[in-house]
Design a protein around this ligand. Structure first.
Ligand code: IPE
Ligand code: IPE
Ligand code: MG
Ligand code: MG
Length: 330
């Protein structure tokens, strides 16, 4: 199986103990059952996306924030549903994002869009979104449905904002960060909040803020990988953001010191090779290390949110997740 980045959070799973590992295994089985439970038309694209792997970082956050191993064992079922629901929303957003971004490769394999076309990819995403909310049916009382629905709303706004900004070299770092908040940080925040709600740990505010900051850092680093990541590792092609007109922080920073980049017309990029040449030019300005430095700061701020607010074991595991997010990209 071509799992691109086999298990980048393996260290966290080991530290989390058998409770976390068992839930991660169960979430996988539940996702497989859901993907294959509604016939091949809806299931093929979903099953392929699932089988291609992925880091499963969001369910891991749900389980840790839910106090697995330290919390009330009675909350296990609710945590399992919450973890699977967040991963389903994530998968749905990826399948739709690949339509919007015109992407050909995801998790080292052809995207649903590339393999089957726009309509099947749209339907596959809709299917995954619907099953996410069905999983939370029994847990509505605790505010989980609203939490996940709010994250979906932010996602939709983020994708729209990204389209509105496409090809515009005038967008600044603040606007970029706002977009990242919407499209990525919101789901990380929701994962952490859902964990706290499902686990009944009562730490939702601190955990939500932690998730938001780590999620923002995560998107900054994903944007670094789009410029400089090895496709064999990321499972995605370099230069994709440039080709679909997405102006990210590396380019915004690089344009400050390279006048040729500042004058760049993204519409003029026609091929993968041209985009990769611009990627190399961005890298030559030092903009990638500056973007990584900012991600570092965000992760440190995320860790500060945990100080004194949580049981020691939970905080230690979340610190480990935050560190792994950073060193995966260094
Ligand atoms: C990709 O997320 C989309 C972003 C928010 C950057 P991941 O990098 O978590 O994707 P998978 O699930 O591991 O494939
Ligand atoms: C994150 O942005 C997409 C979603 C939150 C759906 P990207 O467009 O950068 O994600 P990748 O690089 O395609 O995974
Ligand atoms: Mg994309
Ligand atoms: Mg990306």
């Amino acid at each position: 199986v071509s799992t691109v980045e086999a298990t980048p959070f393996e260290q966290v799973m080991v530290a989390g103990g058998p409770g976390v590992r068992a839930l991660m295994d169960d979430v996988e089985r539940l996702l497989e059952r859901i993907a294959s439970g509604y016939g091949p038309e809806l299931g093929d694209g979903a099953g392929a996306t699932l089988a291609a792997g992925g880091k499963r970082l969001r369910p891991l956050l749900v389980f840790i924030c839910g106090g697995v191993g330290t919390g009330d064992p009675a909350s296990r079922g609710a945590l399992l549903h919450a973890g699977a629901a967040v991963e389903l929303v994530h998968m749905a957003s990826l399948v739709h994002d690949d339509v919007v971004d015109n992407a050909s490769l995801r998790r080292g394999r052809p995207t649903v869009y590339a393999a089957s076309g726009r309509a099947p990819a749209t339907a596959t995403g809709d299917f995954l979104f619907s099953r996410a909310f069905a999983l939370l049916e029994g847990d509505a009382r605790t505010g989980q449905v609203r939490t996940l629905a709010d994250a979906c709303l932010a996602l939709a706004r983020g994708e729209l904002a990204q389209r509105a900004d496409a090809f515009d070299m005038g967008i600044d770092a603040d606007r970029y960060l706002h977009r990242c908040e919407l499209k990525t940080a919101s789901l990380f925040a929701a994962a952490c909040r859902l964990g706290a709600l499902a686990g009944g740990t009562g730490d939702e505010e601190a955990l939500q803020l932690f998730g938001r900051r780590v999620g923002l850092a995560f998107q900054l680093l994903d944007d670094v990988l789009d410029v400089a990541g090895d496709p064999a590792r990321t499972g995605k092609q370099r230069g994709s953001d440039l080709l679909d007109g997405t102006v990210t922080l590396p380019l915004i920073l690089a344009a400050r010191s390279d006048p040729e980049l500042a004058k760049l017309d993204l519409h003029s990029l026609q091929s993968r090779e041209e985009a990769e040449a611009i990627c190399n030019r961005i890298a030559a300005t030092g903009a990638l290390s500056e973007t990584r430095r900012r991600a570092d700061e965000l992760v440190n701020a995320a860790k500060d949110e945990l100080d004194g607010a949580l049981p020691k074991e939970t905080a230690a595991l979340l610190n480990l997740v935050a560190d792994r997010v950073i060193d995966r990209y260094s």
